[in-house]
Design a protein around this ligand. Sequence first.
Ligand SMILES: Nc1nc2c(c(=O)[nH]1)N[C@H]1C(S)=C(S)[C@@H](COP(=O)(O)OP(=O)(O)OC[C@H]3O[C@@H](n4cnc5c(=O)[nH]c(N)nc54)[C@H](O)[C@@H]3O)O[C@H]1N2
Ligand SMILES: Nc1nc2c(c(=O)[nH]1)N[C@H]1C(S)=C(S)[C@@H](COP(=O)(O)OP(=O)(O)OC[C@H]3O[C@@H](n4cnc5c(=O)[nH]c(N)nc54)[C@H](O)[C@@H]3O)O[C@H]1N2
Ligand SMILES: [Mo]
Length: 770
Amino acid sequence: MSASDDSRDQPEPQVGPVAEGEPTAERYRHPAAGWGAAKSVGQVLVREGALVDGPRAIMRMNHENGGFDCPGCAWPDDTKGLHLDICENGIKHVTWEMTRKRVDRRFFAAHSVTELSGWSDFALEDQGRLTEPMVYDAESDHYVPISWRDAFELVGRVVRELDDPNQAAFYTSGRLGNEATFLYQLMARELGTNNLPDCSNMCHEASGRALQASLGTGKGTVDLKDWEATDALFIMGVNAASNAPRMLTALAEAYRRGAQIVHVNPLVEAAATRTIVPHDFTDMARFKATRTSTLNLQPRIGGDMALLRGMAKAILEQAKTDPKALDREFIDRHTSDFDTYRKVCEDTSWQEIEHQSGLSRGDILKAARVYQDADRSIFSWCLGVSQHEHGVDTVREIVNVLLLRGNLGREGAGPSPVRGHSNVQGNRTCGIDHRPTEEFLDRLADVCGIDPPRAHGLDTVGTIQAMHRGEVKVFVGMGGNFALAAPDSAYTYEALRACDLTVQVSTKLNRSHLVHGRQALILPCLGRTEKDHQRTGIQSTSVEDSMSMVHLSVGMKRPASAHLLSEPAIIAGMARAALPGSDTPWEWYVEDYDRIRDTMAQVLDGFEDCNRRVRLPLGFRIKQPARELVFHTPSGRAEFSAAPLPDVVPTSGVLALGTMRSHDQWNTTIYSDNDRYRGVRNLRTLVFMNEEDMRERGIAKLDPVDIVSTAKDGTHRRLNGYLAIPYDMPRGCAAGYMPEMNVLCAIGDYSTQSDQPLMKHVKVRITPAG
Ligand SMILES: Nc1nc2c(c(=O)[nH]1)N[C@H]1C(S)=C(S)[C@@H](COP(=O)(O)OP(=O)(O)OC[C@H]3O[C@@H](n4cnc5c(=O)[nH]c(N)nc54)[C@H](O)[C@@H]3O)O[C@H]1N2
Ligand SMILES: Nc1nc2c(c(=O)[nH]1)N[C@H]1C(S)=C(S)[C@@H](COP(=O)(O)OP(=O)(O)OC[C@H]3O[C@@H](n4cnc5c(=O)[nH]c(N)nc54)[C@H](O)[C@@H]3O)O[C@H]1N2
Ligand SMILES: [Mo]
């Protein structure tokens, strides 16, 4: 089937449930979490039919020793022996996996792929858990059952027949546990490719590269104890109440302790107001809210670097009269290139800083004052900072500001990126990297006896482009929903459809099963909540959170179907079929995951003795050299960067559009059409705009509008009939929901610093619907 004549092509995926009521948008006036969250959880539990098992499973989530790790976000577990650290969205996520609904062979017999392609994405996932392997039958246009053995043989045959292993790509979504991750990259490298695109390429690639360049580590240096000890928190570009809800607890505790909390976000999000601490039942009962912010700054989209530069400039000016403004001793002993950085700050004018940040000098000075008055500061950030052309420079500027006052290598201070998927950080640690280091490959070769390829592989955007050109012919998705999550939906659909074979290892039916290659497999796997029985007994997997803590997760539920395999077993099955002569003991590894961990302990830095340490009550923390002021950088010191301020101000008539999540979704999984904290009901096809920008265009609240994006190469993409919602945000900015808005993101619009798609900075024109 060719892409061009295919009537199933849907450049505008319909994502949400079919709205049942009138769309409404009112300001949300309640604290975050609390009873609104409890009610929302109740509705999900009822809908998924999980009323009996749901609460029981949740009581086992995030336990020290014995429970399963929340498959939701990567926020770390409480360290103080609090055994019930849960949140609304974590509960939704777990019950989503535990649903009683099933997608079986009868379902696929009843619905052709063409028919399913017309369903909304919500309706697809709402069918429940996948139950057995299926293969696409072109003649009938249905998925039909296939045995595991035949499925593996199909993968093996197609891969073996490739002219070059680089014609295959192996995608990872950040849910995959460490052991499966290790086997997956081993399979790819034994085959001979580093084509390991992952969701990180769309997420925190910029953060990793920046921290690596500045500090010689790809990760943050702080842990939860630091959050508990800090004097000032700077929370940049994250919607914590929805996407890292357990951070609310940390913010409320910080506020009660008297710490300063500065939120930097074009939108004042719910976490920047007040919260009812989710598991504090007396607060819940008394409706007692705690503030979670002491200062809110609303820069323009992309204006963060200018704000940080302004803070640095203010501190350097202050240092002329106040020797305590800078930590000179720290700068002299531990950093390099300070003078170049000071010069670049002096040379950047206040006028430029105000223009590029969209903030007044007075507001920037307020933030600088908070920073200067604090003995210990933490900067935390997420996609609002990373998904930009200048994401790497901006994260490096965060580090610059931290270094000025020696906020590194001591309690309560340092950089703290908020990661996305629950194990996205562990995926990198365990080898999912299309640009692996020579040291890592040497050790892999040594320990595993393979000859890994040395050339860099393809990332997410590179893979899509190569599939489109016909150079990558086999796509394997280890979790995730690549078709919807990736930029430029129409182009990505064409790319996937040009493949000889697409393989999706999944728990639920999604768009990526319907936008497939000439041959296609759906391989259903166990979820994290489920018991994983292997030859030597029940297995557990390890995961790493945002703060480098590695701990075991063990499922407790009966699997959704007797025909599911674990992810390590599926990888081993594919590997054996694709590499018949392999000396790697794939089957032996799967019998007992301790064996995989023993190999990981020899290959991976920081995993020494991991089988013992991962069984300690809270697991173990991977050593962070930068935390000990050891810097694996060329200079052996923390390196200041001195990038010029980028021009982020849109030209006249153009708005910078950020694509983001609603409260009721998990990436491409949509739970409802509501976005409680932003006051929206029954609507996802919307665009938030500044009221003045709306007036100027003759657009009133809930008016339909057309949105046209302009790519770097001058091409246009459009979405029609979205409804405009006035929102408290700076002029020149707009916002709306991913994944629908990926239609607007051009494949060529990625950062030249990180190769990340520019998902927070789409240049658009918005006009009343034509
Ligand atoms: N419930 C739930 N939890 C999740 C997810 C989910 O979908 N649902 N996804 C997970 C994943 S994979 C990830 S990566 C994280 C994502 O977590 P977030 O980074 O919170 O994700 P987004 O919804 O994209 O929100 C981005 C935030 O950045 C702000 N923003 C946009 N542009 C700018 C800018 O230029 N500067 C600043 N300072 N802010 C800006 C937006 O207003 C918004 O508040 O969450 C993880 N956790
Ligand atoms: N425009 C725009 N696009 C974005 C973003 C944005 O901010 N704006 N954010 C980007 C980011 S940060 C990310 S991380 C990506 C997310 O991209 P992905 O990680 O690819 O997408 P998800 O929606 O998280 O994947 C959901 C699917 O995962 C499968 N799944 C769930 N649990 C499991 C499991 O345990 N094992 C397996 N094998 N499969 C499972 C289910 O079948 C489900 O349908 O999207 C990116 N896309
Ligand atoms: Mo992410």
